[in-house]
Unconditional design. Structure first.
Length: 157
């Protein structure tokens, strides 16, 4: 009976840790892949920013869903003669155009200049529809600039 209680088992050999020795080829591949990574710093201009989730909507009088309900653009004011600021805005939105009036944005002439951000087919899901994500992101980035007090739809009378 004692023999039945003591069942002998075969004990497996101890586990060995695998060893990895990098070859020159694997190191070159690893270095090549690492060089493809984006460098730290600012994202490319067309890359969506983190502002979309924290868009300063208090400066924007419309939503992403109603961003194309206008006469072809939205508008805002920038200080006249601030070339560095204008270059920064043109980096965000190269298609902006200057106007000569106060506009619906109510620019303080001549201290401020009116600018139009077009809302055409590339920026809108549909005519008088929502803005595409990339266009909304650009508007959010412009609205985040401290010099921009308001972004409003353009209406011609």
């Amino acid at each position: 009976m004692d023999e039945d209680l003591h069942v002998q088992r075969e004990i497996p050999p101890p586990c060995r840790k695998p060893t990895w020795k990098p070859s020159r080829l694997s190191l070159l591949v690893l270095l090549g892949l690492a060089s493809c990574a984006a460098p730290p710093g600012e994202p490319p201009v067309d890359a969506p920013s983190n502002l979309a989730s924290a868009c300063p909507t208090n400066e924007i009088t419309f939503t992403r869903e109603t961003g194309c309900v206008n006469d072809g653009s939205v508008e805002f004011c920038l200080p006249t003669g601030n070339e560095a600021l204008l270059a920064e805005v043109r980096e965000i939105a190269p298609t902006i155009e200057a106007g000569a009036s106060r506009g619906r944005a109510g620019c303080n002439l001549p201290a401020e200049t009116l600018y139009f951000f077009p809302t055409g087919e590339a920026e809108c899901v549909a005519h008088h529809g929502a803005l595409v994500d990339a266009a909304w992101d650009k508007i959010c980035r412009i609205a985040a600039l401290p010099e921009v007090k308001a972004i409003v739809p353009t209406w011609y009378e």
